[in-house]
Design a protein around this ligand. Structure first.
Ligand code: 1HE
Length: 265
């Protein structure tokens, strides 16, 4: 199937389409630098829970000059403690649908990737940064704290010390620095992020679904387990994956000289 609209009802701050087996979600609130208001966060949750079964990967990008300016600060009004916890829970639920959803997610980052925007990026599985991307956690200077899962996900990418430094001192990292620290795993020229992200998403969508499930749902759990439980889980998921017909066909294809060889980059 080629490009088509995805029949998912979303707020105007989000745009969805499909390109073959890849679903594309764009943050479409450029006039507010793709700041994430409640409606948008709920829309992200709706999108990731409504993906058709034949979608094999998702590409997430932002329209305009910036990926996302994070939480919509105009919505941060007088909230009580209980409301604040509820609000953070809304973000947690939506972003869990990204991290542990139906399909792996590739994010294309450019311009500001800050606050909740960085938390959103951290919930994705692969991050492609354009040279304009910059990363910050301005929560420290706004008198608030991350609430979109950032304190769980970002230390896994860059460590507690770097995250604390970003929040305490307002330190900003460039796209180049982000690549070396692990905030992205690809760095491309300005304007080249979408094509690179789509290429990666199409590759991911061509993997065996069970392998993608093992990588996105099981690998992170193994990595957080004690080693004995981790080895046991690894043995089980590798046995499950290799027992699938698709694995057998792919292995046979290689042995019959039909499957792809690994190529040097
Ligand atoms: C916004 C937001 C926003 C822009 N909420 N309205 N995030 C921040 O602290 C980042 C705040 N934003 C910025 O630092 C800058 O806007 C940017 C560096 C991202 C972009 O700068 P620039 O010069 O391109 O745009 P601008 O002129 O600052 O903003 C354009 C408009 O977007 C303007 O509105 P307008 O009505 O005057 O046109 C801004 O007010 C609006 N805008 N960012 C609301 N964030 C789950 S907890 C997560 C906690 C956090 O994410 S805290 C970090 C919040």
């Amino acid at each position: 199937m080629s490009d088509a609209r995805l029949p998912i009802k979303l707020p105007t701050s989000l745009k969805a389409e499909r390109h073959g087996a890849v679903a594309i979600l764009r943050l479409a609130r450029a006039e507010k630098r793709n700041a994430l208001d409640d409606e948008t966060v709920l829309g992200i949750e709706t999108f990731f829970t409504s993906l058709p079964d034949d979608i094999g990967a998702v590409l997430l990008a932002g329209e305009g000059e910036h990926f996302s300016a994070g939480l919509d600060l105009s919505e941060l009004k007088e909230r009580g403690i209980a409301e604040g916890i509820e609000h953070s829970g809304l973000w947690h639920r939506a972003f869990a649908r990204i991290e542990f959803g139906k399909a792996p997610v590739v994010a294309v980052l450019h311009g500001a990737v800050v606050g909740g925007g960085l938390e959103l990026a951290a919930a994705c599985h692969v991050r492609v940064a354009e040279r304009s991307a910059f990363y910050a956690l301005p929560e420290g200077s706004r008198g608030i704290f991350v609430g979109g899962g950032g304190s769980v996900r970002l230390p896994r990418l860059i460590g507690v010390a770097r995250m604390a430094d970003m929040m305490l001192t307002g330190r900003t990292y460039s796209a180049e620095e982000g690549l070396s620290l692990g905030l992205s795993t690809y760095l491309v020229d300005e304007g080249a992020g979408f094509a690179k992200g789509l290429e990666l998403a199409e590759h991911i969508a061509g993997n065996a679904p069970l392998t993608n499930y093992a990588i996105t749902h099981v690998l992170p759990r193994i990595a957080e387990s004690d080693p004995a439980a981790g080895f046991a889980m690894e043995a089980q998921i590798s046995a499950i994956a290799q027992a699938e017909g698709e694995a057998k066909e792919r292995l046979k294809a290689f042995l019959d000289k039909r499957g792809p060889k690994v190529v040097r980059s």
